[in-house]
Design a binder for this molecule. Structure first.
Ligand SMILES: C[S@@+](CC[C@H](N)C(=O)[O-])C[C@H]1O[C@@H](n2cnc3c(N)ncnc32)[C@H](O)[C@@H]1O
Length: 193
């Protein structure tokens, strides 16, 4: 069974390793996020990526931060600048279902979440459903070929090739693959019409 991050460890999601290696604005921009965009952050946690996304989309855009743990979303809201409240909405999701309309998003982010579910292909399919045709899905996750630390044990990680296969099956075309940080792969895909 896939291993999920414990809420008690949530401060790891904003630690110095992340701040040094994973710049949210750079990653969002690479996925095409811009002023006026609509983004869905699936498995948003405490909002390490969602809150900067609210900066980037500006007052005419919208960010949906979805998570299966309401306590993660409560933490996110506690750190949300008041000016962003109108453009960031938290969403309680279940394992393979985000309660948002089909084709709502310009960009969907799945960051360090795919390895936490038993059926990553099913979650990828749900991400694809949320995307407008031509919209982008950005996936970040731990490389099983690199020994921790940081990150979970290698047996809890998802192989990049398995992810790419799931993307292709879910009507997504892979545009770019690169290391995002030491031991972290980044895959960018586009929703086919
Ligand atoms: C390792 S944390 C990453 C959080 C955030 N994406 C980031 O990179 O800062 C994984 C998060 O995904 C959430 N999660 C796990 N499975 C999920 C699912 N099937 N749907 C939505 N959220 C999920 C967990 O509750 C947790 O908040």
């Amino acid at each position: 069974m896939a291993h999920k991050m414990d809420f008690a460890n949530r401060d790891r999601l904003r630690d110095s390793w992340r701040r040094e290696h994973l710049d949210p604005a750079t990653l969002w921009r690479r996925a095409g996020l811009a002023s006026g965009s609509i983004a869905v952050d699936v498995g948003a946690g405490i909002g390490y990526f969602s809150v900067p996304a609210a900066d980037l989309v500006g007052p005419t855009g919208k960010v949906y931060a979805a998570d299966i743990l309401p306590e993660m979303l409560a933490d996110l809201r506690a750190f949300l600048p008041a000016a962003h409240a109108a453009r960031l909405e938290t969403v309680n999701s279940t394992e393979y279902s985000v309660p948002l309309a089909d084709q709502i998003a310009d960009v969907v982010l799945l960051s360090f979440v795919a390895h936490e579910v038993d059926d990553p292909a099913r979650l990828i399919q749900e991400c694809s459903r949320l995307l407008k045709p031509g919209g982008h899905l950005l996936v970040l996750d731990w490389d099983p070929g690199v020994e921790p630390p940081p990150g979970p044990p290698t047996e809890h990680r998802l192989a990049e090739e398995a992810l790419v296969s799931a993307l292709t099956t879910a009507s997504l075309s892979v545009d770019a693959r690169r290391p995002a940080a030491p031991g972290v792969y980044e895959v960018l895909a586009t929703r086919r019409p």
